[in-house]
Design a protein around this ligand. Structure first.
Ligand code: PLP
Length: 362
């Protein structure tokens, strides 16, 4: 039996996807070999890769003037690749700092360009700085945001995103932990990037969605494998890709299509998050620190009354088949990551467990 795994990433994958992968593990598509064992340039594998990209384009409604690139190095490599592809030395860029992941992106960008901090900068904020306090620079080449801070569970909301788009600059978003959790208008962004290991597939793959006009302006000293143009010109196969991760991502995209697309997932995600936050708010045993209007749909953090309780909760939840609920050490407490693959029954089981634990220990 599979447990409910609330890990922030690598995270739970849909059971149907894992079963399909298991069934075709040794013999994929009647090739009598595993998909892991075949050349990435074979006709069979190329067909898989093309289908995978087509399915992603369909479910996210990616316009034709955007390239989809499948890259190595995780989302973190893009922290440096973004300034290397979009700026020259001496340029200025705008970053909004809403937590650990935006801070890491800022730290890396500072190696290459002048970073103007639009707002934020305190450690682990529980609220996105008020838009009235944002200080954009006139000459920024782009604006960077992390649309969902995975560690705290702090997510940009529509009004804040609109305020960012209103600047009329290319907007770059790290969507590692909330890509495909709801419908978005890709055309409002210049570039979207995400590590795969949460809502896409296994670790070892990152997906970039880049508007055509942003490609090909990299610095002269940009390494070949960090240039977006290298991936764009070579169907992301300049060198050997992570063939297994691409395959599993493809199965996840098919699973989303079969469920009714991101529209259907969005409704489930909203329900899952709402019921968990409603329960936490109604309880006087658990507490969530994030501003209620900016809470993440994907990463729900909460704390118990003491460290001793936190430890007991972790031990007992694990025995109940509810895994990986420990919060990130930088923020403490618990974190339930409820990505697309987490079934609603998993959230129900967590709430039931939280109720009985609180009854026993309050
Ligand atoms: N950005 C966000 C929002 C994340 O949550 C993570 C990882 O958890 C990263 C970036 C880093 O991703 P990677 O490990 O793929 O480099």
């Amino acid at each position: 039996m599979r447990s409910f795994n609330f890990s922030a990433g690598p995270a739970m994958l849909p059971e149907a996807v894992m079963r399909k992968a298991q069934a075709e593990f040794l013999d994929w598509n009647d090739t009598t070999m595993s998909v892991m064992e075949m050349s990435h340039r074979s006709a069979d594998y190329m067909a898989l890769a093309h289908q995978m990209e087509a399915d992603l384009r369909e479910i996210m409604a990616i316009p034709d003037n955007y390239k989809v690139l499948f890259v190595h190095g995780g989302a973190s490599l893009q922290f440096s690749a973004i300034p290397m592809n979009l700026t020259q030395p001496g340029d200025t860029v705008d970053y909004i700092d809403t937590g650990v992941w935006s801070s890491k992106a800022i730290k890396e960008a500072r190696r290459f360009v002048n970073v103007n901090l639009v707002a934020g900068g305190e450690s682990n904020p529980t609220k996105i700085p008020d838009a009235s306090e944002w200080k954009f620079s006139d000459d920024a080449k782009y604006i960077h945001i992390c649309s969902n801070e995975t560690i705290t569970g702090l997510e940009f909301q529509d009004a804040q995103l609109e305020a960012v788009f209103a600047q009329g600059k290319p907007v770059i978003a790290d969507m590692s932990s909330n890509i495909m959790c709801r419908q978005i208008d890709v055309s409002k962004y210049a570039m979207i990037y995400a590590g795969a290991q949460k809502n896409i597939g296994p670790a070892g793959l990152a997906i970039l969605i880049v508007r055509d006009d942003l490609i090909g302006h990299e610095r002269e000293d940009c390494p070949t494998l960090m240039k977006w143009s290298t991936y764009a010109e070579n169907e992301s196969m300049f060198n050997t890709p992570n063939t297994w991760a691409w395959y599993l991502a493809g199965l996840v995209f098919q699973w989303i299509k079969e469920l009714g697309g991101i529209q259907a997932i969005e409704a489930i995600n909203q329900r899952k998050a709402q019921k968990l936050y409603d329960y936490i708010d109604a309880s006087n045993f658990y507490h969530n620190r994030i501003d209620p209007s900016e809470r993440s749909w994907m990463n729900v953090t909460f704390e118990l009354p003491s460290e001793e309780m936190n430890a007991k909760f972790l031990e007992q939840s694990k025995s109940a088949g509810l895994l990986s609920l420990k919060g990130h050490r930088a923020f403490g407490g618990m974190r339930a990551s409820i990505y697309n693959a987490m079934p609603e029954e998993g959230v129900d089981a967590l709430i039931d467990f939280m109720q009985s634990f609180a009854l026993q220990h309050a």
